[in-house]
Design a protein around this ligand. Structure first.
Ligand code: ATP
Length: 238
């Protein structure tokens, strides 16, 4: 893997009113890596993803992406630059079909032939979605909606995919399916920042991890080391 930094977050502070959600966090992601953020409820994992995709503004600190300072950019600009955010709770458009949700994921692109070909590629990757292409997204099962949310994010052709809780509320067999899809995405060269409650699963797929506690990064390392770290075991691996 070439040693090329795709994302660098420096001393990032995010506040919600009086609440300090992130306190001077630093993180680095190399191109092609899968990096996971681990932490308890409310630790700031979702906020980290939102700050990178510019859904929330940071108070101070710097976010560098692919040579661009994106600290003060807007969401549509970072999508153009190649960052896709697959939010927690899936958020597919319930009253639109599977096909139209995928089309919407490509809203920043203009080459219709390429978009159609990419939708076809998503249907090959996600046969369940292919069978349901004309079904309203709101009538899909939870696992299918998660697949659609990931496929839709991929339709913007991201270089960096921010994935929030892809396994939340899903049956183990579906979780395995979702994680094998994440592996496939990695194999196509997409860099992934993964937030997961299921730290065990996340560390199995990730190259490296960061532990967030009450808005601060308290531990970082290679996934295989974190998985056998006593502190991580005790707090997150049950
Ligand atoms: P979870 O796993 O429960 O989603 P998390 O690690 O993703 O947790 P965040 O959602 O980033 O945590 O929340 C970090 C802190 O910021 C929490 O204390 C939360 O209550 C607070 N917070 C998050 N969003 C808002 C908001 N829109 N307004 C006010 N406070 C918020």
């Amino acid at each position: 893997r070439p040693n090329y930094t795709i994302l660098e977050v420096q001393e990032l502070d995010v506040n919600y009113g009086g609440i300090q959600a992130l306190k001077k966090i630093n993180l680095i992601i190399q191109k092609g890596e899968v990096v996971t953020l681990i932490g308890a409820n409310g630790a700031g994992k979702t906020t980290t993803l939102r700050a990178i995709s510019k859904v929330v503004n940071s108070k101070s600190g710097v976010i560098l992406y692919n040579g661009h300072n994106i600290t003060r950019r807007q969401t549509h600009e970072v999508v153009q630059l190649g960052i896709a955010h697959c939010p927690e709770g899936r958020r597919v458009l319930a009253r639109q079909t599977v096909f139209d949700n995928l089309l919407l994921g490509a809203y920043i692109r203009s080459n219709q032939a390429e978009i159609k070909a990419d939708i076809q590629r998503q249907f090959e990757l996600f046969p369940r979605l292919s069978q349901r292409r004309n079904q309203l997204a709101g009538t899909l099962s939870g696992g299918e909606q998660q697949m659609l949310a990931i496929a839709r994010a991929v339709m913007s052709k991201p270089q960096l995919l921010l994935l929030d809780e892809p396994s939340l509320g899903l049956a183990p067999a579906i979780v395995r399916e979702i994680f094998s899809i994440i592996e496939n995405l990695r194999a196509t060269g997409v860099t992934i920042l993964l937030v997961e409650q299921n730290a065990n699963l996340a560390l199995q797929i990730a190259d490296r991890g960061y532990v967030l506690e009450a808005g601060s990064i308290t531990l970082t390392g290679v996934a295989s080391e974190l998985i056998s770290d006593e502190r991580v075991k005790k707090a997150y691996l049950g």
